[in-house]
Ligand binder design. Structure first.
Ligand code: ARG
Ligand code: ZN
Ligand code: CA
Length: 318
């Protein structure tokens, strides 16, 4: 394919130049002027054979850069979301409106339009980031079940185990809604795993926005999904899952451990340099109302997975 395109291009060049050299009329002279760059190039190639190598490299680069063409909607990567609802009780069969409220939270949080974004302390105002990824509800698939809880071993993702197989998992984010059990709010599969189980699971009680006085509080603002989609987009826990561990992001301070509740600012880390912790980051473990930012370094990690050769390249394609 590459070869066909290249030879086609040289054929066209050959044609226009031949025309110039042989036909003597006004329009030909005009096009001769337009074609001088080609003549100059040919002279330079003769005088400097290494120029050909350099131009081939430019061609390879250009082709690769063109492969990176992303499917942008209003300038953003837009991820279609397939929501798979597994229910035994009426409460587990959450409404379309409840699901849409979750999509709305994802769009707000990943585009820095969340109402609490302005609560980010000035210490972090230089690194707080608009990730710039949008989500659109693609379809809702519902299935009745007799299971009371699904656990964390991906049974909900398998039709053979009573769950629902993912739909188009290389181009759509699959989101399972079910009772997980064991006090688990949600879990995600990181980039790199098999597409058969790719996606995010969120316990039915914690999907979307519910009242502050309801039983979902303090996980009632849809931030479980924001956190899990963060993992799905390759983000690690901010404390690096070990004491003073690394999240592989340079602009997030090191946390000695996960934070819970809504820590009073400033909360100092006990790690080297005792930095002020970024407890309001979505990748910590605080209550939903305590988390309201991603960082520029986290955005950079996310952006990388959508590039050619990256694990979520297929989600960004036209
Ligand atoms: N514990 C879950 C996880 O490790 C999610 C925590 C979400 N936190 C929240 N405030 N909703 O992935
Ligand atoms: Zn997590
Ligand atoms: Ca860090």
């Amino acid at each position: 394919m590459k070869k066909i395109c290249l030879s086609l291009a040289s054929l066209v060049l050959l044609f226009s130049c031949q025309n110039d050299d042989t036909v003597e009329n006004n329009s030909a002279r005009l096009s001769k002027r337009a074609c001088a760059s080609q003549e100059v190039l040919e002279r330079q190639l003769k005088e400097n054979p290494s120029l050909a190598i350099k131009m081939n490299q430019i061609e390879a680069f250009t082709e690769n850069a063109m492969l990176n063409q992303q499917r942008l909607v209003n300038g953003k990567i837009e991820i279609p979301v397939v929501v798979n609802v597994l229910y035994r009780t009426a409460a587990e069969n959450i409404s379309d409106a409840q699901i849409q409220s979750q999509i709305d939270v994802l769009n707000a949080d990943f585009n820095a339009t969340n109402a609490d974004y302005n609560l980010v302390p000035s210490l972090f105002s230089g690194v707080k980031a608009n990730v710039g990824i949008s989500f659109v509800l693609d379809q809702v698939i519902r299935k009745a079940t007799t299971k009371t809880s699904w656990g964390t071993r991906d049974a909900m993702k398998k039709t053979k185990q009573g769950g629902i197989n993912p739909t188009s998992p290389t181009t759509k984010l699959n989101f399972w809604v079910c009772t997980i059990g064991g006090g688990i709010l949600g879990y995600a599969q990181f980039p790199g795993g098999t597409s058969a189980t790719d996606g995010v699971v969120c316990d039915s009680k914690y999907v979307g926005v519910t009242s502050n006085s309801g039983s979902s509080y303090p996980y009632n603002l849809g931030r479980t999904a924001t956190h899990e989609v963060g993992h799905w987009l390759n983000l690690r826990h901010i404390w690096g899952d070990t004491t003073c561990g690394s999240d592989l992001v340079a602009d997030t301070p090191s946390h000695n451990a996960a934070n819970y509740g809504v820590p009073t600012y400033p909360h100092l880390s006990t790690c080297a340099g005792t930095p002020v912790e970024m407890t309001m980051n979505y990748m910590d473990y605080t209550d939903d109302r305590g988390m309201y930012m991603f960082s520029a370094g986290q955005k950079a990690r996310i952006d990388a997975i959508f590039l050619s050769g990256g694990p979520r390249f297929s989600f960004a394609q036209p």
